[in-house]
Design a protein around this ligand. Structure first.
Ligand SMILES: C[S@@+](CC[C@H](N)C(=O)[O-])C[C@H]1O[C@@H](n2cnc3c(N)ncnc32)[C@H](O)[C@@H]1O
Length: 328
C-alpha cells in the first residue's frame, strides 16, 4: 500500500515538471555546459542565489546537472535541454514560449472539467490565439513548434493519401505551409492555396519558395471564420477542429461547405479521440483550447450537420488519420 502512496505522490508532484521548465526558461543547461557556481550564474541572471541553489539541487537529483568542483555542470542527459540540441524541447518547455505557457493551463484543469471551457482563457484572460496575436514571439514559437512536430510525419501524411486526384487544394489554417508544400512537391499538377492568420501566412510564402512550389501555391492572410477561397475541389483541415469547441468547429466547417462545389471534398487530418494511448493530449486540448480530439461518431455528428457524409477514413501515420467527407 505504501508503494501505492509513493507512486501516486510521485505522479502528482508538480515540482519536477516546473523545475525542468524553469531550468529551460533560465537557460541553465546552456549556461552550465562548462560548469559554474550557483552564485555566479545567479549574479549573471539576477536571480536569488539561495533559490537557484535549491533548483540546481533538485536538477542534480534528476541527473540534469551534476555537482563538480566549480559548482554544477550539465550532464549528457541534461544537454537534451540545451537550446541548440535541435529537438524542439526548449521551445516546448520555455515558460515564455507558446508551448510552455500553454501547459500552464493545466493549473486550471478543474475549471475546464467543471465548465468544459479553456483553462488557458481562464488563467490569462484571453484565449490562446488572441495571446499569440498580441505577443509575436509566442506566435513565432508556436509556428516553430508546429513545424517541428511534423518533421518525421510529413512523408507518411503525403504518401498515405492520393492527393494527386485533386487539382486545387485549400489548406485551411495551414500554418507555415510545410505539409502543403510537401504535398505540392509530390504532385506536380496540383495547385494549393493556404489560408492562415498573419504573420504565419506570410511566412508560408517562404516555405513555398524553399520547396520551389511558389508558382502553384497561393497564400491568403485571413481568418477561417471569414469566407474561404471558393471552388476548390478539396478543403484540408489539419489539426484545426481539435483546437475548437463544437460551436466554433461548426463555424469553420460551415465556411468550408460554403466554399465547396457539389463535388468538393472536406479532408480532416487529426488524431482520433477515444483511444487509450492519447489521453494526456486529450486533456491538453481541453485545458488549452476547450477543444478535444473527437471520436469518429463525434466527427459524424459534427459533419452531418453541414450535409457532409464520411466517404473514407485512412490511417496516415501512427498519430494521424484522414477523414474524407463529401457533400451528401
Ligand atoms: C494546430 S495549428 C495547425 C497548423 C497546420 N494545419 C498544421 O497541421 O501544421 C492551427 C493553425 O490554425 C491557425 N488559426 C488559428 N485561428 C485561426 C483563424 N481564425 N483563421 C485562420 N487560421 C487560424 C493557426 O495560426 C495555426 O496555424
Amino acid at each position: 500500500m505504501n508503494d501505492h502512496v509513493a507512486k501516486i505522490r510521485n505522479l502528482a508532484g508538480l515540482a519536477t515538471p516546473m523545475a525542468l521548465r524553469v531550468a529551460v526558461t533560465l537557460g541553465l543547461p546552456d549556461r552550465l555546459c562548462e560548469g559554474a557556481s550557483a552564485s555566479s550564474v545567479a549574479a549573471e541572471l539576477r536571480v536569488s542565489p539561495v533559490s537557484l541553489e535549491l533548483l540546481l539541487g533538485h536538477l542534480a537529483s534528476l541527473g540534469i546537472v551534476e555537482r563538480v568542483a566549480e559548482g554544477y555542470r550539465t550532464t549528457e542527459f541534461g544537454a537534451t535541454l540545451r537550446a541548440d540540441a535541435g529537438n524542439g524541447l526548449t521551445n516546448f518547455l520555455h515558460l515564455d514560449m507558446a508551448g510552455g505557457r500553454a501547459d500552464l493551463a493545466f493549473v486550471e484543469l478543474l475549471h475546464s472539467v467543471t465548465t468544459g471551457e479553456s483553462g488557458y482563457t481562464h488563467r490569462f484572460g484571453k484565449d490562446f490565439w488572441t495571446d499569440l496575436t498580441e505577443q509575436p514571439h509566442l506566435r513565432a514559437s508556436f509556428d516553430e513548434q508546429m513545424t517541428h512536430r511534423f518533421r518525421s510525419q510529413i512523408p507518411g501524411l503525403v504518401a498515405g493519401f492520393d492527393w494527386g486526384r485533386f487539382t486545387k487544394l485549400v489548406d485551411v489554417g495551414g500554418g507555415h505551409g510545410t505539409l502543403l508544400a510537401a504535398i505540392l512537391a509530390a504532385h506536380g499538377s496540383l495547385r494549393g492555396h493556404l489560408v492562415d492568420l498573419d504573420p504565419t501566412a506570410t511566412e508560408a510564402t517562404r516555405t513555398f519558395s524553399l520547396f520551389e512550389v511558389q508558382d502553384r501555391a497561393q497564400v491568403t492572410a485571413s481568418s477561417f471564420f471569414d469566407p474561404l477561397p471558393a471552388g476548390a475541389d478539396a478543403y484540408l483541415l489539419c489539426d484545426i477542429l481539435h483546437d475548437w469547441d463544437d460551436a466554433n468547429a461548426h463555424r469553420i466547417l460551415a465556411r468550408c461547405v460554403e466554399a465547396c462545389t457539389p463535388a468538393s471534398r472536406v479532408l480532416v487530418i487529426e488524431a482520433l479521440g477515444g483511444r487509450q494511448d492519447n489521453t494526456e493530449f486529450d486533456l491538453a486540448m481541453l485545458a488549452i483550447f476547450g477543444g478535444r480530439e473527437r471520436r469518429l461518431d463525434e466527427f459524424h455528428a459534427l459533419a452531418s450537420a453541414h450535409g457532409l457524409a464520411l466517404e473514407t477514413a485512412v490511417v496516415l501515420t501512427e498519430q494521424r488519420n484522414l477523414l474524407e467527407f463529401r457533400l451528401a
